[in-house]
Design a protein around this ligand. Structure first.
Ligand SMILES: *Cc1c(COP(=O)(O)O)cnc(C)c1O
Length: 379
């Protein structure tokens, strides 16, 4: 399987330097003081990446753990929580809030358009009795990027705590936690940071820690209990054994990202060129506006069967692209161009292969997608 190229929107390609870190000699995270130093340094470097002076934690569990832990730890039974939803992950937050006894009140908008901060302001003018609000920065299944800074500004004007899933945006597009007013910012190892899957990281503001500390109802979870991590900040005792190898790999991935001065500009350039290729080829983007520079979701032309297309790409072209996840109004194929996958030659290859597979399935793009991509990059 070594030659299979991962160009789906996560898990993404893991660089050899990051893979090598997985093979370092093992240690006992609880008994080796060097581990504690490494862990603290990783958290600090993630803080730099996120633009925050707040506490940062890395939890052992895939990205979803962060979403669940923030709901489990911040929401008390009966709390009113505003769920900003225009996609699959946004809706998932509502499920977690209800699972932990909160009352989910939804501010829903079109799944194919980014949120409108003025509409949120109008909504809150009528009702702003919310303990916190949840939202997703990049809705990966739709390739949609929400205007996080504007939305958080409106929420903070109403004194509402902000919990943001930035799993597929952090590292690829600007995320500025402190200046944008994000109280809890959630990320995952396997998206734009291109480390192996298995770790969640999150920043948590003093105000959010205050909510955890001030709870009257106990947190109904162990694994998703951020209160235990608050104690870790004080006594340095982890709630469970930390996966030292995974953390070492993430640390290398974070250094690679921070050292890459062209990273954000490259995502913008490649994202725009990928979209230009898709639309130039006569295909339709799923998101009508506000598309993310980390992933492009392309509506499948009729009558292409999604399983057949992805299977053909995997078998004959040795490439993995993403498919439809949770969308109800369209089938899509998704090209990930985040992290290590955000390189001109790799996205060229993805578009070349997609173009070839569509031709074989009898739905040729108007012009070769990879040629359109080259032309757009040259502009
Ligand atoms: C990938 C992703 C997550 C993590 O969940 P998965 O189990 O990998 O699906 C959470 N939120 C977003 C927006 C993601 O893209």
């Amino acid at each position: 399987m070594d030659d299979l190229l991962l160009m789906c929107p996560g898990p993404t390609i893991v660089h050899d330097e990051v893979r090598a870190a997985l093979a370092r000699p093992a240690t006992n995270a609880d008994l080796d003081p060097a581990f504690l130093d490494d862990y603290g340094r990783l958290c600090a470097r993630l803080g730099t990446l996120l633009g925050t002076a707040s506490d940062v934690l890395v939890l052992c569990g895939e990205g979803i753990l962060g979403l669940e832990a923030s709901c489990a730890s911040l929401v008390q039974p009966g709390d009113r929580v505003l769920i900003l939803e225009n996609g699959v992950f946004g809706r998932g937050f509502g499920d977690f809030v209800e699972m932990y006894g909160g009352e989910a009140v939804r501010f829903a908008s079109d799944d194919r358009e980014p949120f409108d901060a003025e509409a949120l302001a109008a909504f809150l003018a009528e009702d702003d009795r919310f303990v916190l609000a949840t939202m997703v920065h990049c809705e990966t299944p739709a390739g949609l990027l929400n205007p996080l800074a504007d939305m958080c500004r409106v929420l903070k004007e109403h004194g509402i705590l902000t919990v943001v899933d930035a799993v597929s945006s952090v590292g690829g597009v600007p995320v500025d936690v402190d200046s944008w007013g994000v109280d809890v910012c959630l990320g995952g190892s396997q998206k734009a940071l291109s480390a192996p899957p298995g770790l969640t990281f999150l920043s948590i503001s003093d105000e959010a820690w205050g909510v955890v500390a001030g709870r009257t109802a106990p947190i109904r979870s162990f694994y998703a209990n951020l209160g235990l991590w608050r104690r870790w900040r004080q006594d340095g005792a982890f709630p469970y054994t930390m996966p030292a190898a995974d953390l070492a790999a993430l640390a290398v991935a974070v250094e690679r990202a921070l050292a890459d001065g062209d990273r954000i500009a490259r995502h913008a350039r490649i994202g725009a060129a990928c979209r230009a290729a898709v639309t130039g080829g006569g295909l339709q983007l799923y998101a009508r506006s506000g598309q993310s520079d980390t992933v492009t979701a392309v509506v499948l032309p009729e009558p292409v069967d999604e399983g057949e297309l992805l299977g053909l790409l995997r078998r004959e072209y040795r490439i993995v692209l993403g498919g439809t996840v949770g969308l109800t109004d369209a089938r899509v194929v998704r090209v990930g161009h985040m992290g290590e996958g955000c390189r001109g030659e790799l996205v060229w290859r993805a578009l070349h292969d997609l173009d070839g597979a569509l031709r074989r399935l009898g739905v040729p793009p108007r012009k070769p997608l990879h040629r359109l991509f080259e032309a757009a990059l040259d502009e």
